[in-house]
Design a protein around this ligand. Structure first.
Ligand code: AMP
Length: 118
């Protein structure tokens, strides 16, 4: 059995607030939101990060789902960021590929929205 926390969320073994799901991905609310909207989109299949040889179809599914989440949350027009932290310098803390969908308020120009979270 995997120790990966996001695999457990995908499998429904630990609770989460799921906002979108399809054959390839699950989107759920971040436990520690950094913005009014802070949703994570993960592939159902485990990949450590974006450099883990992800097929184009699955990578596309993740980003298309991020766009759907933004529309569902009403931030597609006002604006949002999609952030993919990868490995140590980027402070990736959960090693199951995930994209952060962040929005609902103005963000600083060019500064990574999650910098102040750590
Ligand atoms: P990262 O630093 O990019 O690896 O982001 C991991 C994110 O996962 C953080 O924003 C955490 O708040 C979030 N997180 C960790 N555990 C959970 C959980 N059980 N449910 C929802 N979000 C989580």
């Amino acid at each position: 059995m995997s120790d990966c926390i996001f695999c457990k969320i995908v499998e429904g073994e630990i609770p989460s607030t799921i906002v979108y799901e399809d054959d390839a991905v699950v989107a759920f609310e971040d436990l520690n939101p950094q913005m009014p909207v802070h949703t994570l989109v993960v592939p159902k299949k485990h990949y450590d990060n974006i450099g883990d040889g992800i097929p184009d179809t699955e990578l596309g599914a993740v980003f298309n789902a991020a766009n759907k989440v933004a529309a569902m949350k009403g931030i597609a027009e006002s604006g949002y960021r999609v952030i993919v932290n990868t490995n140590d310098d980027a402070q990736q803390s959960v090693h199951h590929l995930h994209v952060h969908v962040l929005g609902g308020a103005p963000m600083n120009s060019g500064s990574p929205a999650l910098d102040e979270a750590d």
